[in-house]
Design a protein around this ligand. Structure first.
Ligand code: NAD
Ligand code: IPM
Ligand code: MN
Length: 359
Protein backbone atom coordinates (compact mmCIF):
# COMPACT_ATOMS: atom_id res chain seq x y z
CA UNK A 1 0.00 0.00 0.00
CA UNK A 2 1.03 3.60 -0.54
CA UNK A 3 0.26 6.16 2.17
CA UNK A 4 0.93 9.87 2.50
CA UNK A 5 1.90 10.86 6.01
CA UNK A 6 2.13 14.47 7.18
CA UNK A 7 4.98 14.73 9.67
CA UNK A 8 5.11 17.41 12.36
CA UNK A 9 8.37 17.33 14.25
CA UNK A 10 7.56 20.40 16.34
CA UNK A 11 9.68 21.71 19.20
CA UNK A 12 11.88 20.51 22.06
CA UNK A 13 12.30 16.72 21.93
CA UNK A 14 9.79 16.56 19.03
CA UNK A 15 12.38 16.20 16.22
CA UNK A 16 14.38 13.54 18.13
CA UNK A 17 11.42 11.27 18.89
CA UNK A 18 9.76 11.67 15.48
CA UNK A 19 13.03 10.73 13.83
CA UNK A 20 13.01 7.35 15.60
CA UNK A 21 9.35 6.73 14.73
CA UNK A 22 10.05 7.48 11.05
CA UNK A 23 12.90 4.98 11.01
CA UNK A 24 10.48 2.38 12.36
CA UNK A 25 7.91 3.24 9.67
CA UNK A 26 10.62 3.00 7.00
CA UNK A 27 11.55 -0.48 8.19
CA UNK A 28 7.88 -1.52 8.21
CA UNK A 29 7.58 -0.27 4.63
CA UNK A 30 10.65 -2.27 3.64
CA UNK A 31 9.54 -5.48 5.42
CA UNK A 32 5.94 -5.43 4.23
CA UNK A 33 6.34 -3.83 0.79
CA UNK A 34 4.55 -0.55 1.52
CA UNK A 35 5.46 2.96 0.41
CA UNK A 36 5.16 5.80 2.89
CA UNK A 37 5.55 9.34 1.52
CA UNK A 38 6.33 11.94 4.16
CA UNK A 39 5.37 15.61 3.91
CA UNK A 40 6.97 17.92 6.45
CA UNK A 41 4.59 20.27 8.21
CA UNK A 42 5.67 23.19 10.41
CA UNK A 43 3.60 23.65 13.53
CA UNK A 44 4.20 25.16 16.97
CA UNK A 45 7.08 27.35 18.04
CA UNK A 46 9.17 26.53 14.97
CA UNK A 47 6.29 27.71 12.75
CA UNK A 48 5.99 30.93 14.78
CA UNK A 49 9.70 31.55 14.22
CA UNK A 50 9.45 30.80 10.49
CA UNK A 51 5.99 32.07 9.54
CA UNK A 52 4.79 34.17 12.48
CA UNK A 53 1.90 31.73 12.91
CA UNK A 54 1.82 28.41 14.84
CA UNK A 55 -0.16 26.73 12.05
CA UNK A 56 -0.37 28.55 8.71
CA UNK A 57 -3.43 27.55 6.67
CA UNK A 58 -1.35 25.76 4.01
CA UNK A 59 0.18 23.58 6.74
CA UNK A 60 -3.26 22.60 8.01
CA UNK A 61 -4.32 21.91 4.40
CA UNK A 62 -1.39 19.50 4.01
CA UNK A 63 -2.51 17.60 7.11
CA UNK A 64 -6.13 17.38 6.02
CA UNK A 65 -5.01 16.17 2.56
CA UNK A 66 -2.80 13.43 4.03
CA UNK A 67 -3.74 9.86 4.92
CA UNK A 68 -2.69 10.60 8.52
CA UNK A 69 -0.55 12.89 10.63
CA UNK A 70 2.35 11.95 12.91
CA UNK A 71 3.22 14.58 15.52
CA UNK A 72 6.04 14.90 18.06
CA UNK A 73 5.23 17.77 20.40
CA UNK A 74 5.10 21.57 20.41
CA UNK A 75 5.79 24.40 22.83
CA UNK A 76 8.58 25.70 25.01
CA UNK A 77 9.66 28.57 27.23
CA UNK A 78 10.84 30.61 24.26
CA UNK A 79 7.22 31.25 23.23
CA UNK A 80 5.71 31.69 26.71
CA UNK A 81 5.10 35.41 26.23
CA UNK A 82 3.46 35.05 22.82
CA UNK A 83 -0.23 36.12 23.10
CA UNK A 84 -2.75 33.25 23.53
CA UNK A 85 -4.10 33.02 19.96
CA UNK A 86 -0.55 32.80 18.56
CA UNK A 87 0.97 30.35 21.05
CA UNK A 88 2.49 27.06 19.81
CA UNK A 89 -0.27 25.10 21.61
CA UNK A 90 -2.89 27.07 19.69
CA UNK A 91 -1.48 25.55 16.51
CA UNK A 92 -2.13 22.10 17.95
CA UNK A 93 -5.69 23.00 18.93
CA UNK A 94 -6.34 24.40 15.46
CA UNK A 95 -4.91 21.25 13.92
CA UNK A 96 -7.18 18.99 16.00
CA UNK A 97 -10.24 21.12 15.25
CA UNK A 98 -9.31 21.53 11.57
CA UNK A 99 -8.96 17.76 11.19
CA UNK A 100 -12.20 17.24 13.13
CA UNK A 101 -10.57 14.62 15.35
CA UNK A 102 -12.96 14.71 18.30
CA UNK A 103 -12.06 11.33 19.78
CA UNK A 104 -8.71 10.98 21.52
CA UNK A 105 -7.81 7.49 22.67
CA UNK A 106 -5.13 7.35 25.41
CA UNK A 107 -4.28 3.88 26.68
CA UNK A 108 -2.93 3.33 30.18
CA UNK A 109 -1.48 -0.15 30.08
CA UNK A 110 1.51 -1.29 32.06
CA UNK A 111 4.09 -3.38 30.25
CA UNK A 112 4.89 -6.40 32.45
CA UNK A 113 8.59 -5.55 32.09
CA UNK A 114 7.94 -2.17 33.73
CA UNK A 115 5.98 -3.26 36.80
CA UNK A 116 8.79 -2.06 39.08
CA UNK A 117 9.01 1.28 37.27
CA UNK A 118 5.51 2.22 38.44
CA UNK A 119 5.49 4.50 41.50
CA UNK A 120 2.55 2.46 42.83
CA UNK A 121 2.94 -0.32 45.40
CA UNK A 122 3.51 -3.79 43.97
CA UNK A 123 0.23 -5.03 45.48
CA UNK A 124 -1.70 -2.43 43.45
CA UNK A 125 0.25 -2.96 40.22
CA UNK A 126 -0.23 -6.74 40.49
CA UNK A 127 -4.01 -6.33 40.22
CA UNK A 128 -3.42 -4.99 36.69
CA UNK A 129 -3.34 -1.62 34.93
CA UNK A 130 -5.06 -1.76 31.56
CA UNK A 131 -7.59 0.89 30.72
CA UNK A 132 -8.28 3.47 28.04
CA UNK A 133 -9.18 7.11 28.44
CA UNK A 134 -11.47 8.30 25.67
CA UNK A 135 -11.02 12.05 25.76
CA UNK A 136 -13.27 14.52 23.93
CA UNK A 137 -10.75 16.58 21.98
CA UNK A 138 -12.29 19.51 20.12
CA UNK A 139 -14.81 20.99 22.52
CA UNK A 140 -15.16 22.20 26.09
CA UNK A 141 -13.10 24.87 27.80
CA UNK A 142 -10.25 24.60 25.29
CA UNK A 143 -12.50 25.93 22.56
CA UNK A 144 -14.80 28.32 24.46
CA UNK A 145 -14.20 32.06 24.55
CA UNK A 146 -10.94 33.11 26.21
CA UNK A 147 -10.44 36.75 27.20
CA UNK A 148 -8.90 39.03 29.75
CA UNK A 149 -10.66 42.37 30.33
CA UNK A 150 -9.98 45.25 32.59
CA UNK A 151 -12.77 45.55 35.12
CA UNK A 152 -12.87 47.54 38.34
CA UNK A 153 -9.26 48.53 37.76
CA UNK A 154 -7.95 44.97 37.62
CA UNK A 155 -7.61 42.28 34.94
CA UNK A 156 -10.45 39.75 34.89
CA UNK A 157 -9.93 36.56 32.87
CA UNK A 158 -12.66 34.37 31.39
CA UNK A 159 -12.57 30.88 29.83
CA UNK A 160 -15.89 29.42 28.77
CA UNK A 161 -16.64 25.71 28.95
CA UNK A 162 -19.39 24.77 26.54
CA UNK A 163 -20.76 21.44 25.24
CA UNK A 164 -23.73 20.71 23.01
CA UNK A 165 -25.74 17.53 23.35
CA UNK A 166 -24.51 16.41 19.91
CA UNK A 167 -20.86 16.86 20.86
CA UNK A 168 -21.37 14.78 23.98
CA UNK A 169 -23.32 12.11 22.16
CA UNK A 170 -20.68 11.49 19.47
CA UNK A 171 -17.88 11.01 22.01
CA UNK A 172 -20.21 9.01 24.26
CA UNK A 173 -20.82 6.58 21.41
CA UNK A 174 -17.06 6.14 20.98
CA UNK A 175 -16.82 5.39 24.70
CA UNK A 176 -19.54 2.72 24.51
CA UNK A 177 -18.16 1.22 21.30
CA UNK A 178 -14.66 1.06 22.83
CA UNK A 179 -16.02 -0.66 25.94
CA UNK A 180 -17.91 -3.10 23.72
CA UNK A 181 -14.62 -4.21 22.15
CA UNK A 182 -13.03 -4.66 25.60
CA UNK A 183 -14.51 -5.67 28.96
CA UNK A 184 -17.88 -3.92 28.55
CA UNK A 185 -17.34 -1.46 31.39
CA UNK A 186 -17.57 2.29 30.81
CA UNK A 187 -16.93 4.90 33.47
CA UNK A 188 -18.21 8.37 32.61
CA UNK A 189 -16.16 10.98 34.44
CA UNK A 190 -17.53 14.49 35.08
CA UNK A 191 -18.16 17.13 37.72
CA UNK A 192 -21.96 17.06 37.75
CA UNK A 193 -22.09 18.26 41.35
CA UNK A 194 -20.91 21.68 40.08
CA UNK A 195 -21.02 22.07 36.29
CA UNK A 196 -23.95 22.35 33.90
CA UNK A 197 -21.83 20.87 31.09
CA UNK A 198 -21.29 17.82 33.30
CA UNK A 199 -24.98 17.46 34.15
CA UNK A 200 -25.76 17.42 30.42
CA UNK A 201 -22.86 15.00 29.90
CA UNK A 202 -24.25 12.58 32.48
CA UNK A 203 -27.78 12.77 31.07
CA UNK A 204 -26.56 11.97 27.53
CA UNK A 205 -24.41 9.07 28.74
CA UNK A 206 -27.40 7.52 30.51
CA UNK A 207 -29.62 7.95 27.45
CA UNK A 208 -26.97 6.16 25.36
CA UNK A 209 -26.70 3.40 27.98
CA UNK A 210 -30.28 2.36 27.09
CA UNK A 211 -28.98 1.51 23.61
CA UNK A 212 -25.76 -0.18 24.76
CA UNK A 213 -27.34 -2.62 27.19
CA UNK A 214 -24.32 -4.94 26.99
CA UNK A 215 -22.09 -2.21 28.50
CA UNK A 216 -22.17 -1.44 32.22
CA UNK A 217 -22.12 2.34 32.69
CA UNK A 218 -20.91 3.92 35.92
CA UNK A 219 -20.50 7.60 36.83
CA UNK A 220 -17.59 9.10 38.72
CA UNK A 221 -16.78 12.65 39.75
CA UNK A 222 -13.46 13.74 38.33
CA UNK A 223 -11.81 14.49 41.68
CA UNK A 224 -12.68 11.02 42.93
CA UNK A 225 -11.44 9.53 39.63
CA UNK A 226 -8.03 11.18 40.11
CA UNK A 227 -7.84 9.46 43.47
CA UNK A 228 -9.20 6.08 42.27
CA UNK A 229 -6.61 5.92 39.45
CA UNK A 230 -3.84 5.61 42.03
CA UNK A 231 -5.85 3.69 44.64
CA UNK A 232 -7.26 0.96 42.44
CA UNK A 233 -6.54 1.36 38.72
CA UNK A 234 -7.65 -2.24 38.05
CA UNK A 235 -11.28 -1.14 38.43
CA UNK A 236 -11.17 0.75 35.11
CA UNK A 237 -11.81 -0.60 31.63
CA UNK A 238 -12.80 2.48 29.60
CA UNK A 239 -13.10 6.04 30.91
CA UNK A 240 -14.94 8.60 28.80
CA UNK A 241 -14.54 12.23 29.71
CA UNK A 242 -14.43 15.82 28.49
CA UNK A 243 -11.40 17.57 27.07
CA UNK A 244 -9.64 19.11 30.08
CA UNK A 245 -10.45 16.31 32.53
CA UNK A 246 -9.07 13.83 29.98
CA UNK A 247 -5.89 15.87 29.58
CA UNK A 248 -5.18 15.86 33.30
CA UNK A 249 -6.25 12.28 34.06
CA UNK A 250 -4.22 10.88 31.16
CA UNK A 251 -0.96 12.36 32.49
CA UNK A 252 -1.74 10.81 35.87
CA UNK A 253 -2.67 7.47 34.31
CA UNK A 254 0.51 7.45 32.22
CA UNK A 255 2.75 7.82 35.25
CA UNK A 256 1.37 4.77 37.03
CA UNK A 257 2.49 2.71 34.02
CA UNK A 258 6.09 3.86 34.53
CA UNK A 259 6.53 6.98 32.41
CA UNK A 260 4.63 9.44 30.30
CA UNK A 261 7.26 8.77 27.64
CA UNK A 262 5.72 5.34 26.95
CA UNK A 263 2.16 6.40 26.09
CA UNK A 264 0.87 6.87 22.53
CA UNK A 265 -2.45 8.27 21.38
CA UNK A 266 -4.77 8.26 18.41
CA UNK A 267 -7.21 11.02 17.54
CA UNK A 268 -9.96 10.27 15.05
CA UNK A 269 -13.05 11.92 13.65
CA UNK A 270 -15.37 11.10 10.80
CA UNK A 271 -12.69 9.89 8.38
CA UNK A 272 -9.75 7.48 8.54
CA UNK A 273 -7.30 10.41 8.51
CA UNK A 274 -6.10 10.45 12.09
CA UNK A 275 -3.67 12.40 14.23
CA UNK A 276 -1.12 10.29 16.09
CA UNK A 277 0.99 11.73 18.89
CA UNK A 278 2.53 10.74 22.19
CA UNK A 279 0.60 12.25 25.11
CA UNK A 280 3.60 14.07 26.56
CA UNK A 281 4.89 17.50 25.65
CA UNK A 282 8.08 18.90 24.20
CA UNK A 283 10.06 18.24 27.43
CA UNK A 284 12.29 21.31 27.15
CA UNK A 285 14.26 20.13 30.21
CA UNK A 286 15.77 17.23 28.25
CA UNK A 287 15.57 18.49 24.66
CA UNK A 288 18.62 18.09 22.43
CA UNK A 289 20.40 15.78 24.89
CA UNK A 290 19.46 12.41 23.39
CA UNK A 291 17.63 11.58 26.65
CA UNK A 292 14.01 11.37 25.47
CA UNK A 293 12.08 8.13 25.37
CA UNK A 294 10.82 7.76 21.77
CA UNK A 295 8.53 4.78 22.54
CA UNK A 296 5.34 6.87 22.98
CA UNK A 297 5.89 8.21 19.45
CA UNK A 298 6.89 4.83 18.00
CA UNK A 299 3.73 3.29 19.48
CA UNK A 300 1.71 6.22 18.08
CA UNK A 301 3.04 5.27 14.64
CA UNK A 302 1.90 1.69 15.38
CA UNK A 303 -1.57 3.02 16.21
CA UNK A 304 -1.56 4.84 12.87
CA UNK A 305 -0.82 1.56 11.10
CA UNK A 306 -3.60 -0.20 13.01
CA UNK A 307 -6.40 2.37 13.06
CA UNK A 308 -5.91 4.46 9.92
CA UNK A 309 -4.14 2.08 7.52
CA UNK A 310 -5.73 -1.22 8.55
CA UNK A 311 -2.26 -2.75 8.94
CA UNK A 312 -2.79 -4.84 12.07
CA UNK A 313 0.10 -7.24 11.43
CA UNK A 314 2.50 -4.35 10.91
CA UNK A 315 1.29 -2.67 14.12
CA UNK A 316 1.72 -5.94 16.03
CA UNK A 317 5.28 -6.21 14.69
CA UNK A 318 6.16 -2.75 16.05
CA UNK A 319 4.64 -3.51 19.45
CA UNK A 320 6.47 -6.84 19.62
CA UNK A 321 9.77 -5.11 18.80
CA UNK A 322 9.19 -2.70 21.71
CA UNK A 323 8.41 -5.64 23.96
CA UNK A 324 11.61 -7.46 22.93
CA UNK A 325 13.62 -4.29 23.56
CA UNK A 326 12.17 -4.09 27.09
CA UNK A 327 12.74 -7.83 27.62
CA UNK A 328 16.41 -7.33 26.78
CA UNK A 329 16.70 -4.86 29.66
CA UNK A 330 17.27 -1.60 27.80
CA UNK A 331 15.85 1.55 29.37
CA UNK A 332 15.89 5.26 28.63
CA UNK A 333 16.52 7.50 31.66
CA UNK A 334 12.81 8.03 32.47
CA UNK A 335 12.27 4.30 33.21
CA UNK A 336 15.80 3.38 34.26
CA UNK A 337 16.07 0.85 37.11
CA UNK A 338 18.92 -1.02 38.79
CA UNK A 339 20.33 -3.83 36.67
CA UNK A 340 19.07 -2.39 33.37
CA UNK A 341 21.15 -0.98 30.51
CA UNK A 342 20.73 2.75 30.06
CA UNK A 343 20.33 3.99 26.49
CA UNK A 344 19.61 7.30 24.81
CA UNK A 345 16.84 8.19 22.36
CA UNK A 346 18.74 7.21 19.24
CA UNK A 347 20.11 3.94 20.64
CA UNK A 348 16.59 3.04 21.77
CA UNK A 349 15.47 3.52 18.15
CA UNK A 350 18.44 1.50 16.85
CA UNK A 351 17.59 -1.43 19.12
CA UNK A 352 13.86 -1.42 18.35
CA UNK A 353 14.80 -1.50 14.64
CA UNK A 354 17.00 -4.51 15.28
CA UNK A 355 14.15 -6.34 17.02
CA UNK A 356 11.64 -5.41 14.32
CA UNK A 357 10.99 -8.37 12.04
CA UNK A 358 8.23 -9.48 9.69
CA UNK A 359 5.83 -11.78 11.53
P1 NAD B 1 6.10 17.55 29.24
O1 NAD B 1 5.21 16.37 28.98
O2 NAD B 1 6.80 18.13 28.08
O3 NAD B 1 7.20 17.14 30.33
C1 NAD B 1 6.85 16.75 31.65
C2 NAD B 1 7.98 15.91 32.23
O4 NAD B 1 8.01 14.63 31.58
C3 NAD B 1 9.37 16.52 32.01
O5 NAD B 1 10.16 16.27 33.13
C4 NAD B 1 9.91 15.78 30.80
O6 NAD B 1 11.30 15.69 30.76
C5 NAD B 1 9.26 14.40 30.97
N1 NAD B 1 9.03 13.77 29.67
C6 NAD B 1 8.06 14.09 28.77
N2 NAD B 1 8.18 13.34 27.68
C7 NAD B 1 9.23 12.53 27.86
C8 NAD B 1 9.87 11.53 27.07
N3 NAD B 1 9.43 11.19 25.85
N4 NAD B 1 10.95 10.91 27.59
C9 NAD B 1 11.41 11.19 28.80
N5 NAD B 1 10.85 12.14 29.61
C10 NAD B 1 9.78 12.80 29.13
O7 NAD B 1 5.20 18.65 29.96
P2 NAD B 1 5.54 20.16 30.34
O8 NAD B 1 6.96 20.27 30.80
O9 NAD B 1 4.46 20.58 31.24
O10 NAD B 1 5.37 20.96 28.98
C11 NAD B 1 6.44 21.39 28.15
C12 NAD B 1 5.89 22.03 26.90
O11 NAD B 1 5.21 21.05 26.11
C13 NAD B 1 4.85 23.12 27.16
O12 NAD B 1 5.08 24.16 26.25
C14 NAD B 1 3.52 22.45 26.87
O13 NAD B 1 2.51 23.34 26.45
C15 NAD B 1 3.92 21.52 25.77
N6 NAD B 1 3.05 20.34 25.60
C16 NAD B 1 2.84 19.95 24.31
C17 NAD B 1 2.12 18.81 24.04
C18 NAD B 1 1.91 18.40 22.64
O14 NAD B 1 2.52 18.95 21.74
N7 NAD B 1 1.07 17.43 22.37
C19 NAD B 1 1.64 18.05 25.12
C20 NAD B 1 1.90 18.46 26.43
C21 NAD B 1 2.62 19.61 26.66
C1 IPM C 1 -1.82 17.22 25.38
C2 IPM C 1 -1.33 18.62 25.66
C3 IPM C 1 -2.19 19.63 24.94
C4 IPM C 1 -3.60 19.51 25.52
C5 IPM C 1 -1.72 21.09 24.99
C6 IPM C 1 -0.30 21.25 24.57
C7 IPM C 1 -2.61 21.97 24.18
O1 IPM C 1 -1.26 18.86 27.02
O2 IPM C 1 -1.89 16.83 24.20
O3 IPM C 1 -2.10 16.49 26.32
O4 IPM C 1 -3.87 20.06 26.60
O5 IPM C 1 -4.42 18.87 24.88
MN1 MN D 1 -1.60 17.06 28.23
Amino acid sequence: MTKNIAVIRGDGIGPEIVNEALRVLDKIAELYGHTFHYTDVDMGGCAIDKWGDPLPQEMLDKCVASDSVLLGAVGGDKWNDVPGPKRPEKGLLRLRAGMGVYSNNRPAKIWPQLSDASPLKKSIVEKGIDFIIVRELIGGIYFGEHKTDDADGQPVATDIMKYSEAEIERIGRIGFETARKRNHRLCSVEKSNVLDTSRLWKKVMHRLAEEYTDVELTDMLVDNCAMQIVKNPAQFDVIVTENMFGDILSDEASMITGSIGMIPSSSLGATSCGLYEPIHGSAPDIAGQDLANPIGTILSAAMMLRYSFDMAKEADAVEHAVSKYLDAGYRTADIMEDGMTKVGCKKCGDLILEYLTKE
